[in-house]
Design a protein around this ligand. Structure first.
Ligand SMILES: Nc1ncnc2c1ncn2[C@@H]1O[C@H](COP(=O)(O)OP(=O)(O)O)[C@@H](O)[C@H]1O
Ligand SMILES: [Mg+2]
Length: 329
């Protein structure tokens, strides 16, 4: 059994004919110890999907209108409040983009970690445990740092504190939603190294959300590419990076700067993610697609398994795409 299985999730904002469907039939699984990256431009529904796992999208305005989210076999969408409290922190923990927005400026960081422990592991809410967690996330001189206020720490150190707080409950699944987006590039790499290290040491599952396909590299086991509320490609990470099958995946790859590749031209994806009010008919990506044909504007493509473990939402996936090198110029 998978730790997490999302089946055909549908989520809307608002009610009636003006309701906007932000998540439209997302299905994915996450095994114990596995790392899945959820990738896509801003506004594609990554955060809403991830927050749904612990039913954290406030309802209203959100409505979970269809599907199931099975965590250890139990459907989160049908849980009562007590069960939900049990999984929030107990099974799933979140790390978000802006550590400074999540930390309380008026308390020392050690105190905040201890409060997180009190909530989930009262038996362990001791100074030694705070030090252990700070060490685990690679903060030097933890006995000193735990007395710091958030503003005394750099952005990278603040994010490490947030990760320590998320780990206080010993989650089975860590959801990291753009955890490095607010950080500069070297610090970004360090935080990703830390996640990789924690995954091995703690055997956690990780759902890593990013708009940057460039950081997926050696962290992800599998990658799900999301576009306009749907998954358009889902594959083992190495396959996807070597040979993307969906035109959107390729476009995302071509828009990523590569470290050490020197000066190169990047190809921005033309156009924008459609707004929820104005979804194009047929394939949602067709107005921006290099491979679009007339029928793409009419026929809604399904997500099909084209090779074992490789899913693509494009019936023309065998057609050649503009080569990556060419696209890079
Ligand atoms: N509280 C909300 N009310 C209305 N629409 C929302 C709300 N939260 C998110 N959305 C919409 O849902 C879509 C997906 O958002 P989000 O999951 O944040 O995207 P991503 O994380 O991929 O950038 C967007 O169109 C966004 O505007
Ligand atoms: Mg987001």
């Amino acid at each position: 059994m998978s730790l997490l299985e999302i089946r055909n999730l549908q989520l809307e904002f608002g009610i009636g004919p003006t309701a906007l469907r932000a998540v439209n039939g997302v299905s994915l699984t996450l095994a114990a110890g596995e790392t899945l990256c959820l990738v896509g431009e801003s506004g594609c529904g990554k955060s809403v999907t991830a927050l749904s796992i612990a039913r954290l999208v406030p309802s209203p305005p959100a409505r979970y209108v269809g599907g199931e989210i099975l965590l250890n076999g139990k459907d989160v969408l049908r849980m009562n409040k007590a069960d939900l409290r049990g999984i929030r922190g107990g099974v799933v923990s979140y790390v978000f983009q802006e550590p400074s927005a999540s930390l309380n400026p008026v308390f020392r960081v050690g105190h905040q970690i201890r409060e997180a422990l009190k909530l989930h592991r009262p038996d362990r809410a001791r100074a030694e445990e705070v030090v252990r967690l700070l060490k685990l996330v690679g903060i030097p001189a933890p006995e000193l740092r735990m007395r710091d206020y958030p503003h005394q720490l750099s952005g990278g150190m603040q994010q490490r504190v947030m990760i320590a707080m998320a780990l206080a409950s010993e989650p089975k699944l860590l959801v990291a939603d753009e955890p490095t987006t607010a950080l500069d590039v070297t610090i970004q790499a360090q935080i990703l190294d830390l996640l990789r290290d924690l995954r091995t040491r703690l055997r956690m599952s990780i759902l890593l959300i990013t708009h940057n396909l460039g950081i997926v590299g050696d962290l992800a086991d599998r990658v799900a590419v999301m576009y306009a509320g749907q998954i358009v490609e889902l594959s083992p990470a190495t396959d996807l990076l070597q040979r993307p099958l969906h035109p959107y995946t390729l476009a995302l790859m071509n828009s990523v700067p590569k470290l050490g590749a020197g000066a190169q031209r990047l190809t921005a994806i033309p156009g924008n993610v459609p707004s929820l009010e104005a979804m194009p008919p047929g394939c949602r990506f067709h107005p921006r697609c290099a491979r679009a044909r007339p029928e793409c504007a009419r026929e809604v493509p399904g997500l099909i398994e084209v090779e074992p473990g490789r899913w693509v939402r494009c019936p023309f996936w065998t057609q050649p795409l503009p080569a990556r090198q060419e696209a890079l110029g």
